[in-house]
Design a protein around this ligand. Structure first.
Ligand SMILES: Nc1ncnc2c1ncn2[C@@H]1O[C@H](COP(=O)(O)OP(=O)(O)OP(=O)(O)O)[C@@H](O)[C@H]1O
Ligand SMILES: [Mg+2]
Length: 228
């Protein structure tokens, strides 16, 4: 579904990625891990071509993404839920969802089934939602584009425990129905049981890849790269 090979990415003159490799197979959920500032968001921005890489290759659904604009990549079926839950604040919940919809299996009703809180607040303006509800809306918006790959960047960061559980339950349901997912999250306890494989970033490089079980069993690895 997605193959990333040796990408190097810059912000102006400063290099943030020095060679990141990862792959997400069909129906897999890959966890992208690493401490603050190690390049997780930059890797995602590179894949989606919001910050296009200067070197390396990104192949999505058998297509090399080199030279493509971010909106075209989104149309190929890359659904991004960016860091910091971005929604249109003045639009209602329903308007936010409709704004990004493209034809496919996902409908308003399916999003409301996944997140009943959104259905209850369909007419409410997004600005008046709680942080967790805005995060649900951000996920719902990405789903309304009918993505082949869903990318979640810190979707549960800073949320109250109850609402975080609701979001994890939704992510689990998405995985179980076979959606391919690339996910960044610091909450290993919830993340590792769902992940098919893990990639660890350190200073802009992918330094370790393996199964969630081998990561969970390796305290030294967790100490060294994740500060656990
Ligand atoms: N817009 C930007 N301009 C310049 N440098 C940036 C920019 N965004 C990120 N960086 C730098 O790139 C590096 C990687 O940052 P990135 O945001 O990808 O890390 P991250 O792993 O997502 O961190 P976090 O866990 O805090 O979200 C950091 O050194 C950061 O300071
Ligand atoms: Mg980040």
């Amino acid at each position: 579904m997605l193959k990333v090979e040796g990408i190097e990415t810059f912000y102006g003159p400063s290099q943030a990625l020095f060679g990141v490799d990862l792959a997400v197979g069909e129906g897999e959920m890959v966890a992208l891990l690493g401490r603050n500032g190690m390049g997780k968001t930059t890797t995602i921005r590179s894949i989606c071509r919001l910050t296009p890489p200067a070197a390396g290759r990104v192949v999505f659904d058998d297509q090399d993404l080199a030279g493509r604009k971010a909106f075209r990549v989104a149309r190929l079926g890359l659904g991004l839920v960016p860091e910091g839950r971005r929604v249109f604040p003045t639009l209602s919940v329903q308007e936010n969802l409709v704004a990004t919809s493209r034809s496919g299996d996902w409908s308003l009703q399916r999003v409301y089934d996944l997140f009943p809180r959104l259905g209850e607040r369909a007419e409410q303006s997004a600005r008046t939602l709680s942080g967790g509800e805005q995060q649900m809306l951000a996920i719902g918006r990405a789903l309304m584009t009918n993505p082949k790959l869903l990318i979640l960047d810190e979707a549960t960061e800073g949320l109250a425990p109850l609402i975080r559980e609701e979001i994890w339950a939704a992510i689990k349901a998405l995985k179980q129905e076979g959606l391919s997912i690339l996910i960044v999250d610091k909450n290993l306890k919830d993340l590792l049981p769902l992940a098919s494989s893990c990639v660890v970033l350190e200073k802009g490089r992918s330094v370790w890849q393996g199964s969630p079980d081998s990561l969970a069993a390796d305290e030294e690895l967790q100490n060294r790269y994740l500060g656990v």
